[in-house]
Design a protein. Structure first.
Length: 83
């Protein structure tokens, strides 16, 4: 990994995460070794904070392209910086 990044996948068929939960959105975080200290945690905090928002989840479901998803993630990431 050369640059910190987030990858996203929307599954066409849900997978079972636990007995009560199914998953159809997957986020992957990649961080270069030299930034491995806290950077992945900062990304995880921003992403998990966004996921808790109903608006974020609704817009994620409605997104029709990877560009829309990346713009949504960027928007929420920038909001988090201003808090």
């Amino acid at each position: 990994v050369r640059q910190s990044s987030i990858a996203y996948a929307r599954l066409t068929e849900e997978i079972e995460w636990s007995e009560e939960e199914k998953v159809h959105h997957i986020f992957m975080i990649g961080v270069p070794e030299e930034k491995a200290g806290n950077e992945h945690l900062e990304i995880l905090i921003k992403l998990s904070t966004a996921i808790l928002e109903d608006d974020f989840r609704e817009r994620l479901e409605k997104a029709k392209s990877s560009k829309e998803v990346m713009e949504l993630i960027k928007e929420y990431s920038e909001r988090e910086r201003n808090i």
